[in-house]
Design a protein around this ligand. Structure first.
Ligand SMILES: Cc1cc2nc3c(=O)[nH]c(=O)nc-3n(C[C@H](O)[C@H](O)[C@H](O)COP(=O)(O)OP(=O)(O)OC[C@H]3O[C@@H](n4cnc5c(N)ncnc54)[C@H](O)[C@@H]3O)c2cc1C
Length: 46
């Protein structure tokens, strides 16, 4: 477990995984962009 994420399981690194889009910045705009991209069927990470 990583400090600060005590209630979450440790997430494995996504090595060699391909996404249609990667959004830099998890603010309002970034999270809305993730929502829209996924709604359009794209794979994406923020
Ligand atoms: C004190 C305060 C109170 C506010 N109250 C309100 C309110 O009540 N109502 C309202 O409508 N608006 C409010 N706002 C304004 C609102 O927060 C902003 O308009 C809004 O967050 C802008 O969204 P954004 O996605 O453009 O940027 P942000 O929400 O700032 O998101 C940008 C993100 O990008 C990340 N980032 C930056 N550089 C990098 C990098 N190089 N790599 C990775 N990540 C990066 C930042 O960490 C952040 O998470 C308030 C703002 C402040 C400061």
């Amino acid at each position: 477990m990583v400090p600060g994420t005590l209630n979450e399981p440790e997430r494995r690194p996504e090595v060699d995984v391909v996404f249609d889009a990667v959004v830099v910045g998890a603010g309002f705009a970034g999270l809305y962009m993730l929502h829209r991209l996924r709604g359009l069927g794209f794979t994406a990470r923020v």
